[in-house]
Design a protein around this ligand. Sequence first.
Ligand code: ADP
Ligand code: MG
Length: 367
Amino acid sequence: MNNDQLYIGIMSGTSLDGIDVVLVDFADSAPKLLNALLLPYPATLRAELATISQPGANEIERLGIIEADLADCYAAAVSQLLQQSGVQASQIEAIGCHGQTIRHRPNARQPFSYQIGDMHRLAALTGIRVIGDFRRKDIAFGGQGAPLVPAFHQAIFADPGKGRCILNIGGIANLTLLLPHQPLLGFDTGPGNCLLDNWVELHRQQPYDAAGAFAASGQLLPDLLLQLLSDPYFAQTGPKSTGREYFQLNWLNQHLAGRNDAAADVQRTLSRFSAGTMALAISQYPVADIFVCGGGAFNPVLLADLQSLLPQCYIGTTAELGVAPDWVEAMAFAWLAYAYDMRIPGNVPAVTGARKAVVLGLEFLPC
Ligand SMILES: Nc1ncnc2c1ncn2[C@@H]1O[C@H](COP(=O)(O)OP(=O)(O)O)[C@@H](O)[C@H]1O
Ligand SMILES: [Mg+2]
């Protein structure tokens, strides 16, 4: 029997930890995650991506090379996934590839969001049709281009009886509110792991604060916390989205100017700050259960902070709903490719602010 409808999803988020790639079967009403892997970015590419995410010299020349390098990495990840799954490229309907965001400016005079990675090259290297460029159509219709995952979260995680929040803690954190008898809502709450990653990299030369150990070794700085929370982004109501190019070291350093805090105390405060911005957003809605996905699900200090700020909520991870927290976002991009093929709109106007629901993405053929 061969009724399967296999799609590959590729997500590489703002944390720059690497490429999440998943194999999903959409043949049944409930999508089935068949296999998954994370291919860490080579150190040189990671450094180049971090650099090109900020304004710099000779960007066009550098971009051309980075886009090809990225496509090569995406193709390597796909090849590994196919190999470990025992599946041929010819069995795959399409790849849904998010690309790597290097600028997200939904509120500029001319709004734009820029995801890089040469999708033609990815199609040519894999021999598989690629659906990419998901965000710009939503922006063309007046939306933020983000978040794009709520429609997928609703499709697989909704509970008719209880208010659920799916909280994705990546570099930036975004939530989806699945409230019974109410329209689907979602927005970026602000920084997830990005400032924690930046600070631990600066002071401990580690890419992230494993299990929140560095944060746990410090003391909360209440005055700094209040100052960080005063950023106007948190008082805005949705639709809203933000990016790592805003919440980064320069932003933090502005708040630290004139202070002389111990690095561990700043890390402790950043953890409470990220959790605080998420809790502030969630507390506006009748949410009973929170299911976390993204790398933040592996940070017990962050989750304990969230729980202490939202004592009335149950907090678990999406593993309890059948999908390990590592793979939810990549699965969403497999679903967006499937949605492209089925002509199902991928955006939700109440979430992104777009004038209408539209089919998202652009097709890149291998022939
Ligand atoms: N064991 C862990 N302990 C603490 N933080 C972790 C752990 N594993 C992952 N993370 C955090 O999750 C981030 C990656 O999350 P991810 O969901 O991939 O984000 P993005 O979508 O931005 O790439 C890492 O940069 C790190 O901050
Ligand atoms: Mg990641």
